[in-house]
Design a protein. Sequence first.
Lengths: 102, 419
Amino acid sequence: MAKITFITSDDETIVVEGTSGSVMELAVEHNVKGIDGDCGGVCSCATCHVHVKPEDMTKTGPASEIETDMLELDDNADEYSRLCCQIEISDAIDGVELTVAK
Amino acid sequence: MSDSQQKCVVIGASHAGVNLAFALRKEGWEGQIILYDADPELPYHRPPLSKTYLTNEEGMSATPLKSLESYERDNILLKLGVKVALVNAEEKEIVLEDSSVQAYDKLVLATGARPIVPPIPGLANVKNVFPLRTVADVEGIRNALGDNPNKSVVVIGGGYIGLEIAASLNKLGSKVTVLEREERILARVTAPEMSDFFHQLHVENDVEVLTGKNVTSVATENAKNNVVCSDGSTYPADIIIIGVGIHINTELAEQAGLTIENGIKVDATARTSDKDIYAIGDCTFHHNPHYDRYVRLESVQNAVDQAKVAAATICGKQVIYDAIPWFWSDQYDVKLQIVGLSESYDNIVIRKEKKDQPCFSIWYFSGDELLSVDAINNAKAYVVGTKFIKTNQSIDKVKLADNAVEFKPNNLIFKSNND
Ligand SMILES: Cc1cc2nc3c(=O)[nH]c(=O)nc-3n(C[C@H](O)[C@H](O)[C@H](O)COP(=O)(O)OP(=O)(O)OC[C@H]3O[C@@H](n4cnc5c(N)ncnc54)[C@H](O)[C@@H]3O)c2cc1C
Ligand code: FES
C-alpha cells in the first residue's frame, strides 16, 4: 500500500492510496487534473508528466532512457520529471509527493 | 436561455467523445453534457485491446478512459448501451433507438468507425470469427481460446491491429498465421524496409506471415474451418480474426444532411457544415495545416486533439486544429513510434543506432522536406523528428544517417556552404 500526494496546477492537493498498477492509473481513477494518460500507460504520449519532490526521488528512482527522451518534448521537464505511467505502485513509494506538470 | 440550461449532446463515448466532455468542463461549459454510446462498457482505451488486454496477468478488464467517479464529479451524464437512431438537425434533436427524443443546443458526432467484415463466402457460417474494435470482440476471442490457448488462429490482414493481435495470441501459445493480400505487410503505411523488419520479427517469434494471399472463401467441414486463398492454398483455423480496416460511421451525419467526403467534413474548429454540429475523431475528414491537405486519421492523438479544439470552440474560444499527427504500435518487445504523415514521400534516410537491441529509425522526405519518422525502440529519434517537423527546419541527411553523430537537433541542422 502506498499513500501518494498529487499537487495539481490549480494548487489542489489530492492524497490517495493505491496498492497496484501505475501511478498514472491511480491518478486517472481519482480524476487528478492534468494527468490524461492518453496512450494508456505505454510511454508514448507524455501526458502523465509529474515532478517528483526532490527528496522523494530516491523512492521513485530516476526516469528511464525512454522517459527521458520523451520528456524532451516538454519544455517544463527538469531533473525531477517522471512519466508517472512508468512508476509502479508499491510500498517502496509510500509517501511520495508529485506535482503535476503544467 | 441561461448558460446552465444549454445542452451539449455527444454521440460516441470513446477517445474523442469522452475527452470532449471533460474538455468542455475544463473550458467552463456550465450546461448539461450528455454522452451516448451503444457500447455498454465504461468507456475504455482501445489500443490495449490488441496489445496487452489478452496477455496481461492482472488485467482481465479494460483500462477505463476515466473512472465512473470522474463523470459524476464533472457532472457528465453517461448513457451507455444506448444507440442513437437519428439526428434531426432542423429540430435540433436526436432520436434514440427506443424512439425517445433528446433536444440539443450543440451536438458532437464522435461516432468513430466499425471494422470492415469482408463478404468472404463461408465466413458468415463460421462460429469463431472476430473483428477487433471493442471489449466484446476481445472477450469473444478470450472465450474461444478457453482453457487451451494452443489453437490455430488465422489473422486476415497484416496491418497494425492484425499484427499486434498476432503477437498477443502467439504469446498466449496459439499458432498464428497472418494472411496479407498485398505483397508486403503494412504496405499502406510504411516503407518496405519497415515492412521487412516487422515481417522478420514475427517470423522469429514463430508467427507465420504470408503475403500475396487473397482470401476467397472459408470452408467448414465437421466443425473445422479452412481459410482458402485464391492461389488454392488453405489454412486451418479454430479462430479467424479480421483486421482489414474500418468503415467510418457516417450514417447519422448523412441523415442530418452534413457534408461528407472521405469522412464527415469539418473545418479547423471541428465544426461540420451545420453550425451547431461538430464532429471529432476517426469519423472526420479534416484539414491538416502542416501538410496542407485534408486527411482522415485513425489515432488517439487525433481524437484527443480534435476533442479539445471542439470543446474550446463550443465555449466561444478561438482555437484551430493544428497538430502534427503521432501514433504508436507495440509488438513483442518492440515499440514503434510514428510522428508525421509519410504519404507522398519520395526518399528515405535510415539511421541505425549502435545497440544490441534493434534500435533504428526511418525518416521520410519529400525532396528535402521531412514528412515523418518511424522509430523502432528509439524514442530519441521520435522526439528529434517531432522537433524538426514542427519547426520546419532543414535536416542534414548525411549527418542524420551517420550514427557517430550524436542524436541531438543542433547536430543535425542543415547548414548550406554559404553560411
Ligand atoms: C485494436 C485497436 C488498436 C489500436 N491501437 C492504436 C494505437 O496503438 N495508437 C493509436 O493512436 N490508435 C490506435 N487505435 C485507434 C484508436 O483506438 C482510434 O483512433 C480511436 O478509438 C478513435 O476514437 P473515436 O472516439 O474517434 O472513435 P471510436 O473509438 O471508434 O468510438 C466511437 C464510438 O461511437 C459509438 N457510436 C457510433 N455510432 C453510434 C450511435 N449511432 N449511437 C451510439 N453510439 C455510437 C461507438 O459505439 C464507439 O464507442 C487502435 C484501435 C483499435 C481498434
Ligand atoms: S500515459 Fe502516455 S506516456 Fe504515460
